[in-house]
Ligand binder design. Structure first.
Ligand code: PEP
Length: 254
C-alpha cells in the first residue's frame, strides 16, 4: 500500500499575522512543484483566517494546533472544531506533548477532541510519544500502547479513516536530539502493530504515521527512508520558509 507523505509544519506560539503572511509569500514558490506530497502549515489561531485566504487553490493546506471537544459553550479562551471547519482548516493537531505535559491533557480529553474534530470533517493528527524518563525506564512501548488504546477507544476503523498519527518522542522535541531512523522505525512499526490489533491490518496499513522531534533538512532523508515513516511533524525547522521547503522537498534537491 502506498501512503502519501504528509509534511506538516507546527509553528507553535510563533508569528503574528503579518509575519505569517510574509512567510507564506516566500514559501509557496519554493514548494509549488511539490505535488506528490501533502504539505500543511499550522499557524496560531490568530493567523488562520488570513492564511486560509492566501492558501486557497495552492498545494498547501491549513492545520490548527489544537481544538476543544465541544462545538460551543462557556469555555473561555478555547476554539471549537466547528469554528476551525468554517475557516477551511483541513488538519488539527491533537494531544501534542506540549498540550499533554504543560496543559495536562489526558488520554480521555484527547479522545474527546478527536471525536469532535471528526464530527466536523477535520483530520486529526494525534500525537503520541514517551518522555526521556519513560524511555530510560524501558517503558516506551507501554506508554505508546496506552496512549493509542485509551485515545482511540470506542472508535471503529471507518470512524478513523481520516486519522493521522504522529510519533513524537518528547525527549526529541525542540531539543536538537533526533531519534535515529532505527529508533523511530521501531516505534512506528510498534504503533502500526497496535493499530492493526485494534482495527485490523488494512486500516493499520492505510494510516500515515509521521515522525516529529527535531526534524531538519540534514536528517529528514534518513528518517523518511524508513518503511513505517510517512511524513514529518516539524516544529522549530518549520519557522523558516527556506528550511521547511528543504524538508518538504527532501531528496529532490540537485
Ligand atoms: C513539534 O512541535 O511537534 C516538534 C516536533 O518540534 P521540533 O521539530 O522543534 O522538535
Amino acid at each position: 500500500m502506498t501512503r502519501k507523505y504528509l509534511m506538516a509544519g507546527n509553528w507553535k506560539m510563533h508569528k503574528t499575522v503579518k509575519e505569517a503572511q510574509a512567510y507564506v509569500e516566500t514559501f509557496l514558490p519554493l514548494v509549488k512543484e511539490e505535488t506528490e506530497r501533502e504539505i500543511m502549515l499550522a499557524p496560531s489561531f490568530t493567523a488562520l483566517y488570513a492564511l486560509a485566504d492566501l492558501l486557497k487553490d495552492t498545494n498547501v493546506v491549513l492545520g490548527a494546533q489544537n481544538c476543544h471537544w465541544e462545538d460551543e459553550g462557556a469555555f473561555t479562551g478555547e476554539v471549537s472544531p466547528k469554528m476551525l471547519a468554517e475557516l477551511g482548516v483541513t488538519y488539527v493537531i491533537i494531544g501534542h506533548s506540549e498540550r499533554r505535559h504543560i496543559f495536562g491533557e489526558t488520554d480521555e480529553v484527547i479522545r474527546g477532541k478527536i471525536e469532535a474534530a471528526l464530527r466536523h470533517g477535520l483530520r486529526p493528527i494525534m500525537c503520541v510519544g514517551e518522555t526521556l524518563d519513560e524511555r530510560v525506564a524501558g517503558d516506551t512501548m507501554v506508554v505508546l500502547e496506552r496512549q493509542l488504546r485509551e485515545g482511540l477507544k470506542g472508535f471503529s476503523a471507518a470512524d478513523l479513516k481520516n486519522l493521522v498519527l504522529a510519533y513524537e518522542p518528547v525527549w526529541a522535541i525542540g531539543t536538537g536530539k533526533t531519534a535515529t531512523p532505527e529508533i523511530a522505525q521501531e516505534a512506528h512499526a510498534f504503533c502500526r502493530k497496535i493499530l492493526s490489533d485494534m482495527f485490523g491490518d488494512d486500516f493499520a496499513q492505510s494510516i500515515r504515521i509521521l515522525y516529529g522531534g527535531s526534524v531538519k533538512p540534514e536528517n529528514v532523508v534518513g528518517l523518511m527512508a524508513q518503511t513505517d515513516i510517512d511524513g514529518a511533524l516539524v516544529g522549530g525547522a518549520s519557522l523558516s520558509p527556506e528550511s521547511f521547503s528543504r524538508i518538504v522537498c527532501f531528496g529532490r534537491e540537485t
